[in-house]
Design a protein around this ligand. Structure first.
Ligand code: SAM
Ligand code: SF4
Length: 504
């Protein structure tokens, strides 16, 4: 039964399986973990309905992680300053942008297939501008223009301020490319417009790029060097969101634990003028103090960098959610070394033990890659035994996909047959399914504080929202409460994916 659903998921993303408690949650409620929401892939983002007939219309579609969705909001903000309106129908658009992901091969294939679908629109409207943004643009650069004749503009993640100028060049009949990466750009001063928002949850980017060199990963090449955003601009954005009625922010970065800012510049060493450095624990506390009614989440934590100070800060503030996404990738130390993750199995276990000790009821999720170069059956078993040790609430699970230019592609043969990668993935998925269910069952009879996000996808007689640990909770609509409010829900039963209860 579950694998029928997994297959459905694979139709969208062949070698990724996301299991939040169970795949069904994705199908039932279409509100999955917000950092990489499979149900949002390819979503067109709409800022406001077209009203001004003279305004040029932008259609923007996003793929990949939350950072890309957040970047699309920055792009829409930059172009709305230039008088653009957004549209949800690409046939009505003057400019089509596709914000892309390169993390696995099938993510890129999905974008190429989608581009083909814009061909007829371009034939009908030769003045239509088609642009590729994000990681795939950065990876392929001007080559994209040769490979996909339809494309007029190629823009990397640090060059969005140049978009009006680049569109101008295309209007004059040229093709345009800007893939310069920056060591400073954080778009700190740009207030992202909130696209397709429920008015309750928002992403807030706190840093860009990544300085880790995990050997399988293309991100350091496509998003450049790590840089942290000025903390007061983050607090200001969160305060504005709260004042507009938002009740949950998710602070985004590839490795939030290495967030660091020192008065006016990014801090390079911790010993430099201590006291002036804002680290991630300090930033969390600053955002938590915006208002006790504002929930704070964050993603992604890195096992090598997550500190006890962060854990104690989470414990201190009730509004910092007890939920940590801590990617393991592999449970075997030799494979972790080949992956250049810079921690081993023992270190990871130590971090899990610290979380369980300091925040006993913390929800924990992870990322797993199966069939990395040279991984043996015994080493795969180490991943399964690590999953047994941690008992993750949720997991994103992937088969290894070799990415050109990465350290692994240069150094190691991608030598595990697809069938073996896939078999291992199935075993990891089956294991996670058991654990997710056990973790949900443990909530039976307990009262959860839930932030109401809206109606459940199945019925407008039910509300849905998340508990502190990020589990989806569904309960009958109660007239005394509306979306954006907190309620206490007694859990009476669970499906394989969801907690079901009543407001008390
Ligand atoms: N920065 C985060 C971290 O370190 O965990 C997430 C980065 S990446 C956008 C999200 C996940 O994609 C990774 O944790 C990893 O599991 C997976 N991933 C990255 N490169 C991959 C590859 N070449 N093949 C399969 N999965 C990959
Ligand atoms: Fe990629 Fe590793 Fe950076 Fe995450 S920490 S983005 S997996 S290089």
């Amino acid at each position: 039964m579950i694998f029928e659903n997994v297959t459905k998921c694979h139709l969208k993303s062949k070698n990724c399986v996301f299991l939040q408690s169970n795949i069904e949650v994705m199908l039932d409620f279409a509100i999955t973990d917000k950092t990489h929401d499979e149900s949002r892939q390819g979503e067109a983002l709409i800022l406001r309905p077209a009203g001004d007939k003279a305004a040029r219309k932008l259609y923007i579609e996003s793929y990949g992680c939350a950072m890309n969705f957040s970047d699309s909001e920055i792009v829409a903000s930059i172009l709305s300053e230039q008088g653009f309106e957004t549209t949800g129908d690409f046939n009505q658009a003057d400019v089509i942008f596709i914000n892309t992901c390169s993390i696995r091969e099938n993510a890129e294939q999905r974008v190429r297939n989608r581009l083909r679908e814009f061909t007829i629109a371009k034939v009908k409207n030769p003045g239509l501008v088609v642009g590729v943004l994000g990681c795939m643009a950065e990876r392929l650069k001007a080559k994209f223009l040769e490979e996909e004749k339809l494309v007029d503009v190629v823009v990397g993640p640090d060059a969005y301020r140049d978009l009006p100028n680049l569109i101008g060049k295309v209007d004059e009949g040229q093709k345009a490319v800007n893939v310069l990466l920056s060591r400073e750009e954080t778009y700190a001063d740009i207030s992202p417009v909130r696209l397709n928002s429920n008015g309750i949850n928002a992403f807030v980017s706190i840093m860009r790029g990544c300085d880790n060199m995990c050997s399988f990963c293309v991100v350091p090449f496509t998003r450049g060097r790590e840089r942290s955003r000025e903390p007061l601009s983050i607090v200001k954005e969160c305060t504005e969101l709260f004042n507009q009625g938002y009740r949950e922010v998710t602070l985004l970065g590839q490795n939030v634990d290495s967030y660091k800012w020192k008065g006016g510049e990014e801090a390079s060493t911790e010993s430099d003028q201590p006291g002036e450095v804002v680290n991630f624990a300090n930033l969390l506390a600053m955002v938590a103090q915006v208002d006790p009614e504002l929930r704070v989440r964050f993603s992604t934590s890195h096992p090598k960098d997550i500190t006890d100070e962060v854990l104690y800060t989470m414990k201190k503030y009730d509004n910092i959610c007890n939920y940590i996404h801590l990617p393991i990738q592999s449970g075997n130390s030799r494979v972790l070394e080949l992956m250049n993750r810079t921690y081993d199995r023992e270190w990871y276990i130590n971090r899990i033990d610290a979380i369980r000790k300091i925040i006993p009821d913390c929800g924990i999720s992870t990322d797993v890659i199966t069939g990395f170069c040279t991984e043996t059956e015994e080493e795969h078993q180490d991943t399964l035994s690590m999953m047994d040790y941690v008992q993750y609430d949720y997991a994103y699970m992937f088969m290894y996909s070799e990415r050109p230019g990465t350290l692994a592609a240069k150094r190691y043969a991608d030598d595990i047959p697809e069938a073996v990668k896939s078999q291992r993935l199935k075993e990891v998925v089956a294991k996670q399914r058991e654990h997710s269910y056990t973790r949900l069952q443990a909530q039976l009879g307990k009262v959860q504080r839930v932030l109401i996000e809206g109606f459940s996808k199945k019925s407008d007689k039910d509300y849905c929202g998340r508990n502190d640990q990020n589990a989806m909770v569904v309960f009958p609509v109660n007239e005394n409460y509306k979306p954006g409010q907190y309620v206490n829900v007694l859990v009476e039963r669970t499906t394989t994916a969801t907690l079901i209860g009543v407001v008390i």
